[in-house]
Design a protein around this ligand. Structure first.
Ligand code: SF4
Length: 316
């Protein structure tokens, strides 16, 4: 049987970012250094495949620090943790390694600096996301106000409109965040903040690549986890850029072939925590069913690399 023709646009950059790469390395190096089990507070990065792989190597994933025995090392996930978490680990004299992405740590420092200067903090982020919890947790409870939408900006109640600063989650939609920042600046003209927002290079680049290919795609699939913020944003970006069908898939078995019957073009990308092996699996699934022409579309070059913490670079 002849296969139908299909053009597959493979977005780049896609998949792993420097922060995810570093966090995974930290867990692997910790297991090598201290032996199994090594505890990890929260999924090290939001991807089941990555987590299962590390679990098989000797990592134990928990949600709270008190689930870790005090005599085993614990690693904090790439999303960052409230200040109280390392403080509690220190109080229990635990060995811990912080795998918070340096670009998230930068936001933590920004928030603390503004608060020290007497400014009230507003965070643009998603309620309940571990990164938002971690960033807001750099300051005492109630000190940081959260806004999620332009509508929230209209109702947020501040102490002094002339003494405000804002930070953002690193994995937001660039366009939505620009609208929220504009609304904040319109309501509070003296608000202090980063040049644009704190969205990281990886989030920005992946969204840009999707915007480039989406208008040419009958369908666009984002390889990523349902709890991955930057992956979910890519699905929205594709829809807004004009693609009629954009979906998140964790791996090839999630593809809804019926829903995309008759397509002539498809775009593939992946969130920052999705490994390349899963992207290849999805591409291969299309190759099996279609007479496929693969078109790589690279909209930016990435060469960012982060060092692992010193504690892992010195022998045990
Ligand atoms: S998505 Fe951005 S902030 Fe998050 S881990 Fe990757 S580089 Fe760091």
């Amino acid at each position: 049987m002849t296969k139908p023709p299909l053009t597959l646009y493979l977005a780049a950059p896609r998949g792993f970012c420097a922060g995810v790469d570093r966090a995974i390395k930290i867990v692997e190096m910790a297991i090598e250094k201290w032996g199994a089990p090594v505890y990890v507070r929260h999924e090290i990065v939001h991807n089941k495949f990555v987590v299962d792989d590390l679990r098989a190597k000797g990592a134990v994933f928990v949600e709270e620090l008190d689930e870790c025995p005090p005599d085993r090392p614990v690693i904090f996930s790439a999303h960052g943790v409230p200040k109280a978490v390392p403080a509690a680990a220190e109080a229990r004299q635990m060995t811990f390694v912080d795998a918070t992405c340096p670009l998230v740590s930068k936001v933590h420092i920004e928030a603390a600096r503004h608060a020290e200067n007497g400014l009230q903090m507003i965070m643009i982020g998603h309620e309940g996301h571990p990164e938002t919890i971690g960033t807001m947790g750099q300051l005492p409870e109630g000190a940081v106000l959260l806004v999620e939408t332009v509508e929230d900006v209209a109702t947020v109640v501040v102490r002094d409109p002339s003494r405000l600063a804002f930070v953002t989650q690193t994995t937001l939609s660039v366009d939505d965040t620009a609208d929220i920042v504009t609304a904040l600046q319109a309501r509070f003209p003296q608000i202090v903040g980063p040049h644009k927002e704190d969205i990281c290079y990886a989030t920005t680049n992946r969204q840009e690549a999707v915007k480039t290919i989406a208008p040419d795609c009958d369908a666009l699939l984002v390889v990523g986890a349902p709890n991955s913020s930057n992956s979910k944003r890519l699905v929205e970006v594709a829809a807004r850029a004009g693609c009629n069908y954009s979906q998140l898939v964790q791996r090839a078995t999630d593809i809804d072939w019926r829903a995309i019957e008759g397509i002539r073009s498809v775009g593939i990308t992946a969130g920052a925590s999705a490994p390349e092996v899963l992207i290849n699996e999805v591409v291969d699934a299309f190759r099996d069913r279609f007479d496929m022409t693969l078109v790589p579309v690279e909209t930016a070059k990435e060469n960012v690399e982060f060092k692992v913490p010193r504690i892992l670079r010195v022998p045990a």
